[in-house]
Design a protein around this ligand. Structure first.
Ligand code: AMP
Length: 396
């Protein structure tokens, strides 16, 4: 893997694609700086080597050109604090002023460029625009895993202008090493836990996992599509009727391959989609008409925890229930605790996907798993077995 680890940045200007797409409140204050903090080791390595760092990112989804609420100026001061040094700012990511500021950068200095997406050429993957970005620096570093599945100018196209000097930053390298452990370099038994709202968004991941995992646990809203596909009664539970056949195919493929597919036998049901609803536990395949399943049942959770605790490799994507509501968070909590316990006993665990990461954080268990992935869509596409354009651009 081509990473910054063994590269000497002394006297070099590095153009670093970071993921500074942080949430801001209505006063343009950063409400969660974890993405910025995560990038610090990569930036510091470059500066400490005696290089200069030019940082580029997108922020939000600006529609037509510059918009103050999406300006990276709101990040400048905080970045300075994190790096403990002054940060210069270019109010356009390309053009004369960016070129001048980049050209005058000295060793140990940092330049932050304005939002890449103020130019529509960024998301179009425009080659001319990518070339202009490339002219700012000597080396290209991609450390934005969250956008690696996009063939945008700054994530993919720009790499071709650095044929001899393009590499992954520390975040990317650690993501790739960790994902490798659940895709290729697997220790068995391998248990994959897939939950969340819809089957439709995760079919390809599930299909790819049927070639890798030993046991596959299904929870969350998507379990009801599987239960209905097997002839169960699911009341008002979430269901994708267009995917009943797909669910049947997954069930039969798992059987043919000898993979244990676990679909919860019990569910926590509610008479409305609310934390204040009346609730009870029932057979997940026999839910009364007006009721809906919002969590896996306690016996199912216990069974799944036992399976997880026996694993050597664990992948978790998607909550087991509507964990945002306390009364339906138990299944997710039991699963998260089991993953933490197995990790403590030597298993490798990767947790990815916005909601499972949020659930893990809510339960205070983030530090007790092996790797928390920063990529939502990028992680899913990688798990589907696709080669991500941002990764291929560095490797080829
Ligand atoms: P995803 O983004 O597909 O991973 O889905 C995450 C969302 O699925 C969370 O917001 C959960 O509240 C939701 N979810 C989990 N279980 C259920 C369920 N049984 N019914 C409805 N929504 C659910």
């Amino acid at each position: 893997m081509k990473t910054i680890k063994d590269f000497d940045f002394s006297g070099k200007r590095a153009l670093i694609r970071v993921d500074f797409n942080v949430p801001l409140n209505s006063n343009q204050q950063i409400t969660d700086d974890s993405r910025m903090r995560a990038a610090v080791p990569t930036i510091e390595k470059i500066l400490n080597d005696g290089g200069a760092a030019i940082l580029m990112s997108h922020l939000g989804r600006p529609k037509e050109g510059p918009e103050d609420k999406f300006s990276l100026t709101h990040l400048k001061e905080h970045l300075g604090k994190l790096l403990n040094r002054e940060v210069q700012f270019a109010d356009d990511c390309v053009g004369d002023s960016a070129r001048k500021l980049a050209g005058e950068l000295k060793q140990g200095e940092v330049l932050l460029l304005e939002n890449l997406r103020f130019h529509k050429e960024e998301t179009k993957g425009d080659e001319e625009f990518a070339k202009k970005l490339s002219e700012l620096a000597d080396v290209y570093v991609n450390d934005a895993f969250g956008t690696a599945h996009r063939a945008h100018a700054s994530t993919t196209i720009v790499a071709k202008f650095f044929p001899e000097a393009k590499m992954f930053g520390y975040i990317m390298a650690s993501e790739l090493e960790s994902i490798d452990k659940v895709l290729d370099d697997i220790r068995h038994p391998y248990v994959a836990v897939i939950g969340g709202a819809k089957v439709s968004t995760k079919i390809e991941v599930i299909e790819n996992l049927l070639d890798k995992a030993d046991e596959l646990i299904i929870g969350g809203g998507m379990m009801f599509t599987f239960i209905k596909a097997r002839g169960g009664k699911i009341g008002n539970s979430m269901c994708e009727d267009d995917y009943l056949d797909t669910a049947r195919q997954i069930i039969s493929r798992a059987k043919n391959k000898g993979i244990k597919l676990h679909i919860p036998a019990e569910a926590v049901i509610a008479d409305q989609f609310s934390n204040d609803a009346h609730t009870r536990e029932t057979d997940a395949a026999n839910i009364p008409q007006e009721w809906l399943g919002l969590d896996i049942g306690s016996e199912s959770a216990k069974t799944f925890a036992g399976i997880i605790e026996g694993a050597k490799t664990i992948l978790w994507n998607g909550p087991m229930g509507v964990f945002e509501m306390e009364n339906f968070a138990r299944g997710t909590r039991i699963i998260a605790e089991a993953i933490a316990k197995a990790t403590g006993e030597g298993a490798f665990s990767l947790v990815g996907g916005g909601d499972s990461v949020a659930a893990l954080a809510q339960m205070g268990l983030e530090d007790q798993v092996s790797h928390v992935s920063t990529g939502g869509g990028a992680l899913l596409e990688y798990m589907e077995g696709k080669e991500l354009p941002g990764i291929r651009a560095i490797r080829e």
